[in-house]
Design a protein around this ligand. Structure first.
Ligand code: ADP
Ligand code: MG
Length: 580
């Protein structure tokens, strides 16, 4: 729930703000106010134009952050630092009181409010949200400006003298330099997703902007986390700021279930595919660690036939807009994204959040997993880890105060039957327009006269399904079994000399040859024995399209790599390395 930094022990910010003297004096009043729990927006004191607009949007009662800060923003002038995660309703929390103030200033035509946000997507989203709230305010004007788009149209739009400007820092600075925007009379400055703005390297731009706007204004800073840089901004540019922390809505959400799958590093992508295939109705975000990984995974998924695409900072703005649009209207089922690109973007009803790789700062996990399980819907937050990453799971468990369940990757057969059943469900759900199809029926019957009902069904299903059958025909068990010993018989189909997978004393060697070069197990065994590796020293062999993995006894693995890496094999350069 809601807590005050001022009453929270050991909060790093407290010392500084408490030292200003006014912070502590404020508490009794705040407590008093807080006891009058507002159940409706009317009680918060918003005007009827705004109430009408937001009730049309389906806002029935304020969210905790709105309930907590709207009354203050309406009745006081102090600065506020608000720590709250994505999805807590911050836009309305700062937007509605800002609009209310503009109305109090008789909708005077000068720029009264400035909102800074890290990305173009967020600028547009905030602008759209504020437009919705202000639908019934006569002659209200808001303009958004951001990089990656032509500056001339933005200069032209600013000539209308909007009440509110929503901007990314870099572009705004540019516009200030060109004297295209007059911020001399703003009464409210909002820094949205401040930590992300600093992460993105906007520190200097922010400093420059904050230096250039009038002193007599209130500053509202919103952030999901409170790193030192954010504190610094707050200390430098805010006065007697009051700190509001809204409870960890995301991690606390009981609607999210957390799972991890443990696989060998080399199987990470295969595991992702298997998870995605096992949930035919999936609509989710796949988080990667870097832009590059994001691009690679998205490309691989697209190549493998999925409705997926990437969202990261290297894309042009137009591409990002396109991707978001397709994802929001569900033409894309999977959005592969970096943390920064996905921050603040409002997409509802995600069924899954998949951590393809955990973030370097595990604290980020809560922001990721909080993207699902919204609005009383349940969601799954899934993490793929290798054997060395178990400690990260433990650390996250401490942060979110929940435990992860270790899930088992489904077998190829399980995936296939799930897909098949889903396909049948989809067919069942199809609406048949009798009248419209009637004229074609005789033609159809003629074409199919020699096929039985059963054959037709099989053909129809195979059309989509063959891709799964092909892929999963010889699907391996990707799960890492933690018990060292497997039951006898489980490996009956493996050659007698095969050491257990991942068994101590064996290492995976990767070779840059695969089925593309018509490589078979036999070739690999021959290659290894010719290098002097005894048959007992050769374990499992997995052959992919353009690479293969061989389990080799540890004492021989290094030698094998030395002997094979950067050599020639059948007229082609051969690369090899020890993996895992
Ligand atoms: P944040 O900025 O904290 O990430 P947003 O302001 O984008 O969150 O709000 C998240 C979602 O919740 C949006 O779809 C918004 O329309 C919705 N929302 C905000 N406030 C309310 C409310 N009081 N009642 C219902 N929905 C709300
Ligand atoms: Mg927001």
């Amino acid at each position: 729930m809601i807590t005050f930094a001022g009453v929270k022990q050991g909060c790093p910010v407290r010392k500084h703000w408490a030292a200003t003297g006014t912070n502590q004096e404020r508490h009794p009043a705040q407590h008093h106010k807080r006891s009058i729990m507002a159940n409706s927006f009317q009680e918060l004191g918003l005007n009827s134009y705004l109430i009408k607009a937001i009730s049309e949007l389906g806002f029935e009662k304020p969210t905790p952050v709105q309930e907590r800060i709207i009354p203050d923003l309406l009745s006081q002038d102090n600065d506020i630092v608000c720590l709250a995660q994505t999805g807590t309703g911050k836009t309305a929390a700062f937007g509605l009181p800002s609009l209310e103030r503009i109305v109090e200033h008789n909708l005077g035509r000068y720029t009264q409010v400035l909102v800074l946000s890290p990305t173009r997507e967020l600028c547009k989203q905030i602008t759209q949200d504020l437009r919705n709230y202000s639908k019934y305010l006569p002659d209200f004007c808001i303009v958004d400006v951001y990089g990656g788009a032509g500056i001339e149209p933005q200069i032209k739009a600013l000539k209308k003298i909007p009440h509110i400007v929503v901007a990314t820092p870099g572009r705004l600075l540019d516009l200030i330099g060109r004297k295209a925007v007059d911020l001399s009379r703003i009464h409210t400055l909002i820094l949205d997703e401040a930590d992300e703005m600093l992460n993105m390297g906007f520190k200097e731009d922010l400093d420059a902007i904050l230096e250039s706007v009038p002193q007599e204004k209130r500053v509202l800073l919103f952030s999901a986390t409170l790193p030192l840089e954010v504190e610094k901004i707050a200390k430098t540019y805010m006065q007697d700021a009051q700190m509001v922390t809204v409870g960890e809505r995301n991690s606390g959400s009981d609607n999210v279930k957390h799972y991890f799958y443990m696989v060998h590093e080399k199987d990470r992508y295969a595991a992702l595919k298997r998870i995605v295939d096992y949930y035919p109705e999936i609509y989710g975000i796949i988080f990667c660690r870097t832009r590059r990984e994001t691009g690679d995974i998205a490309s691989a998924l697209i190549k493998d036939g999925y409705d997926a695409d990437a969202l990261h900072g290297d894309l042009s703005q137009m591409q990002r807009d396109q991707v978001m649009k397709r994802f929001k209207n569900r033409h894309l089922k999977l959005l592969v994204a970096t943390d920064v690109a996905a921050r603040g973007i409002d997409v509802n009803n995600l069924s899954h959040v998949i951590n393809y790789n955990l973030p370097d700062e595990v604290e980020q996990y809560t922001h990721r997993s909080g993207r699902t399980g919204r609005a009383d819907k349940t969601g799954k937050s899934i993490v793929i880890i290798n054997t060395k990453e178990q400690s990260k799971i433990r650390r996250i468990e401490k942060i979110i105060n929940k435990t992860f369940a270790q899930a088992k990757l489904p077998t190829g057969e399980e995936v296939c039957s799930k897909q098949l059943l889903s396909m049948i469900d989809q067919i069942n759900a199809v609406e048949v327009r009798e009248d419209e199809i009637a004229p074609y029926l005789s033609l159809i019957e003629e074409k199919w006269h020699n096929l039985s009902r059963k054959d037709i069904i099989k053909k129809f299903l195979s059309m989509e399904f063959n891709r799964f059958l092909d892929y999963y025909r010889n699907a391996q068990d990707l799960n890492i079994v933690q018990e060292k010993k497997k039951k006898k018989g489980e490996e009956a189909d493996a050659p007698a000399y095969t050491p257990k997978r991942g068994e101590k004393g064996f290492k995976w060697v990767k070779l840059s040859i695969g089925t593309k070069q018509s490589i078979t197990t036999r070739h690999i065994i021959r290659m290894m024995t010719s290098l002097g590796v005894g048959k007992r020293g050769i374990g499992k062999i997995e052959i992919r399209r353009s690479e293969c993995f061989v389990n080799i006894s540890a004492n021989a693995a290094k030698y094998v790599v030395e002997q094979t890496n950067n050599t020639e094999y059948r007229g082609r350069r051969l690369w090899s390395e020890i993996v895992d």
